[in-house]
Design a protein around this ligand. Structure first.
Ligand code: ACO
Length: 287
């Protein structure tokens, strides 16, 4: 009998405020300060930067899921440690702010694999940035969102106002940012903050369904597609057309699986699938 190949043993670094868990190519990146509702301390920002650097070049991560430990997704910036704790130390504040923006937006929105925000509970203030940075977001119906900054006398800073101006309709962004009114998962779906909202006991299975689907798509085509969609929003039409032509050409060169060739021949020659109704079979997986 042929010996079954053991799954590779993956040893991840450990962090004070972040956990990494794995399930066959789907990597869970978990904000892990449950007793503080995963509020973002300066240490959490540093840990997240290191964890994302590690995972962004990890060949065993096909899809990244960002979530929170316990009953919160993330209660925003830690008002005690991030705001009060650095108020009299400009260097510490600058370091924390840079680390905060780096992982929540720069690194997450450019992560080379599909990313899913699994919003399991409270999601306030600064946490809207990492939800916006992920390619997909799925919330629990019981998750509570809030642009709560106004409730304690600040504006949605960092880049939260910019994020919600893009994700939501302008009327909703201004309404929720100026009233600070909390809203739940289904409302978050209606106003464009998340793709879907599902009962709490279905949250993980919905996320895994989407993650498993994305594992079957061409990684190169998905990476270039998400980069293109984000990039062309800030271009005019001739710039976008030029960028997309160049991006399409580049894809042919970087795609080690020749997804385009496989997709075409499985449709035209083998007639084994319909591109309009589903994806081709990846027979040529490259890591
Ligand atoms: N900053 C600092 N500490 C926090 C934060 C936060 N953002 N959120 C929760 N905590 C702490 C609480 O102070 C408390 O600490 P303690 O046990 O030492 O007293 C602990 O986490 C648990 O919080 P509770 O309020 O007791 O938990 P509860 O489940 O009742 O409420 C909730 C949770 C609704 C999230 C509440 O803590 C809250 O309103 N937090 C602030 C949310 C917010 O407005 N965030 C935006 C910050 S601004 C920004 O991100 C730019």
């Amino acid at each position: 009998m042929a010996a079954t190949k053991a799954a590779p043993k993956i040893v991840d670094p450990t962090f004070e405020t972040v956990k990494i868990e794995r399930d066959k190519g789907v990597t869970f990146l978990i904000m892990n300060r449950p007793e503080k509702r995963n509020a973002m301390s300066p240490q959490l920002h540093l840990d997240m930067n290191d964890a994302i650097d590690h995972l962004s070049i990890d060949p065993h991560t096909d899809v990244l899921v960002l979530t929170g430990a316990g009953k919160a997704f993330c209660a925003g910036q830690d008002i005690r440690l991030y705001f009060r704790g650095t108020a009299t130390d400009p260097a510490a504040r600058a370091k924390a702010r840079r680390a905060s923006n780096d992982w929540r937006w720069q690194k997450l929105s450019k992560f080379p694999k599909p990313t899913i925000a699994m919003v399991n509970g409270f999601c306030f203030g600064g946490a809207f940035t990492q939800v916006s940075a992920c390619d997909f977001a799925i919330a629990s119906n019981s998750a509570v969102f809030g642009l709560s900054e106004v409730n304690w006398g600040i504006i949605p800073g960092g880049i939260v106002s910019w994020n919600v101006g893009q994700m939501m309709r302008l009327r909703d962004a201004i309404y929720y940012a100026t009233t600070g009114e909390p809203f739940k998962g289904k409302r978050a779906m209606e106003i464009g903050m998340v793709n879907k909202s599902v009962p709490a006991n279905k949250l993980k299975s919905e996320v895994m369904k989407l993650a498993r689907l994305m594992q079957q798509k061409s990684p190169a085509a998905v990476k270039y597609t998400k980069e293109a969609i984000r990039a062309v929003r800030f271009m005019n039409e001739p710039e976008a057309a030029d960028y997309l032509n160049a991006k399409s050409d580049a894809l042919k060169f970087i795609d080690k699986e020749d997804s385009r060739g496989q997709g075409m021949s499985q449709f035209l020659d083998e007639k084994s699938y319909r591109p309009g109704l589903g994806h081709f079979e990846r027979r040529n997986k490259a890591k």
